[in-house]
Design a protein around this ligand. Sequence first.
Ligand SMILES: [Zn+2]
Length: 320
Amino acid sequence: MTNDKPASKLAIYYRDDMVPADEPGNYSKSPTKPRRFLEFLRGTPIWPHIELRDTFSPVTRRDLLLAHTPAYVDAFLAGTMPLAESNGLRWSPQFRDSVLFTNGCLLAAITAAVDDPAQVTMAPVSGFHHAQPAYGSGYCTFSGQVIAALKLYRERGLRGAWIDLDGHFGNSIEDSRKFEPDLDEAIRHDMNINPTEQHRSYLGDLHGKLWTLRKRASAGQIDYICFAHGADSHEWDQLGSQLTTAEWLEASELVYTFIGHISKESPKPVGVTLALFGGYRDDHPESVLGLHAMDTARCLNILGGVELDYQAEVRPRVRE
Ligand SMILES: [Zn+2]
């Protein structure tokens, strides 16, 4: 590292062993997205503003039991079917180990953000928000957000908010509330933010929900905010329909502008962590990475005081 490298504005938690070597036969390419996203960022003007951090551990069985039944946890750890593939992804020892690392990555990134709220962190991960307490679902294995939220609430009394702009509803938080009732304190019912509708109605709904978050933060009820801008809410994703490119980026700007207000208004520091979540285009995977990169650039511009004029190619989808 040279001395003339600018101070980092975004700390990304990444290590190679959070990514399995390949994805044999899997529809979802999300398991390799952390590595592909980092490779993509290296070729952009965003890269000088990134600090990589690899000092984190996989989650333990005990961590997993915060949000999941022993029967499911042990089946996944041992590769016992059918539970081990209830996420819709092929199980292997290497894939299992990568899942423990992606959950550990998210936990480390959120913990670092609450420990040093001046530093925005990112866990470039996916694969959590459809998981159930007793099984995986929709390419999601464990509820990494629930594990992190319960750990931070039980050990430190911290409360969070999730802004989940993936194209699909983040049900793992809602579906875990009965399993662990104090999740209602760790992430309140209106702080699992998932806009509904499409286009201008979606942005209007997001705006209203961000105001609710802003009011809670002003009342000192929020210690950290997690934002996952899934690229499958983009209309050209094969699993998405909600937003045009301009609208998708408008959603990024809206979120970061609100977070900027919140960090000034809140009576206590608020940590901020980003994650990736969905994005499935197989005709042009670079469009998915480009959307995530443009979102990252907006984070740096609005929260980090950087002036990046970065545009990625988002190619119209060729429909069969
Ligand atoms: Zn999705």
